[in-house]
Design a protein around this ligand. Structure first.
Ligand code: PMV
Length: 314
């Protein structure tokens, strides 16, 4: 049997904008998707036992099958000549926005490689998972599979000329508590990314200005993180949420979660990932604040994850 894992992630700055080469900042979280792959006599079967938002598994099933097909193709394996079962689990839930698609693709890639005796470097795993991400996101930036493969807190910039992306590990003084709130609404990342592309084409001037602001936020956000000025990081996250509202990828439930988190004293809060539902991330340095924000969100009827950004081991 082959096994493999991939990290979940939160984007602190720059989702959607990264697709167009604007830099972004992402942190892996300590929840993973884990895959087991076992050769069998016939076909390729997937058993997905991950906890997920209602409707997530159904919404993603076709994309998941396509992603496995893409993984095999990228590995140079002819799908018709192999047969295996995949068991997919792990603590990272299928809530849109946390990179579960990329985490599962990384996990599956590693598990297939192990079961079939193929040696892959992390760089190669990342390339294969990027191909798989196309099934879920259409034209992905690569930020999710990069975080899922390497872990840590990362500065990411897509190279639009098909050359190597810029990936830099950022080291901060200590990990910082965050709260992730799930709207429970399953979103289609591909449709969200396409929506931005369409609106960007229709309103180039408005969007160019917003993209410039997103770039500035990522740059200042990076400095604030490195200086461990968490109040400033939080404020910049709030600014980033406003930009995401302006490109129309927020959702009424995301805005509600952001408001609850800010009211309870979160240093900042924004949607994270593709939006249109999915998840919100709130910066809540120290466990007391984390608990206060998490409980308020739970009391309002939403599910939460209490975790941290910037941990060196994730
Ligand atoms: O919603 P998620 O976890 O798939 O995150 C998508 C992030 C986007 O920036 C919207 C797309 C991408 O490929 O960068």
């Amino acid at each position: 049997m082959g096994t493999g894992s991939g990290f979940g992630k939160v984007i602190l700055f720059g989702e959607h904008f990264v697709v167009y080469g604007v830099p972004g900042i992402v942190s892996a979280i300590d929840a993973t998707n884990d895959a087991e792959v076992k050769k069998t006599a016939k076909g390729i079967n997937v058993k997905d036992v991950r906890k997920a938002a209602k409707g997530y598994a159904e919404e993603k099933r076709m994309q998941q099958l396509e992603s496995i097909d893409r993984i095999l193709r990228a590995m140079g394996i002819d799908a018709k000549t192999v047969a295996f079962d995949i068991l997919l689990g792990g603590a990272l839930p299928g809530f849109s926005g946390l990179g579960a698609s990329a985490a599962s693709s990384v996990a599956i890639t590693r598990a297939i490689a192990q079961e079939f005796g193929v040696i892959l470097t992390d760089e190669r795993v990342n390339q294969i998972a990027y191909e798989a991400e196309k099934a879920y996101a259409g034209t992905p930036s690569g930020i999710d599979n990069t975080a899922a493969t390497f872990g840590g807190l990362l500065w990411f910039k897509k190279n639009l000329k098909d050359r190597q992306n810029t990936i830099e590990k950022l080291h901060i003084r200590e990990p910082v508590e965050i709260v992730i709130g799930s709207t429970g609404v399953v979103a289609n990342t591909k449709a969200m990314v396409e929506g931005v592309t369409e609106r960007k084409q229709k309103h180039p001037e408005k969007y160019d200005a917003l993209f410039e602001q997103a770039e500035a936020l990522a740059l200042i956000g990076r400095e604030a993180l490195l200086q461990f000025d968490l109040k400033k990081v939080g404020k910049l996250m709030n600014d980033n949420h406003r930009l995401l509202q302006e490109i129309e990828v927020s959702h009424e439930k995301l805005d509600i979660l952001v408001e609850i988190a800010r009211k309870q004293g979160a240093f900042g809060a924004k949607l994270t990932g593709g939006g249109g539902g999915g998840c919100m991330v709130a910066l809540t340095p120290n466990q007391e604040l984390q608990e206060r924000v998490a409980e308020a969100i739970e009391n309002a009827g939403y599910e939460v994850l209490r975790t941290r950004i910037g941990a060196e081991k994730t």
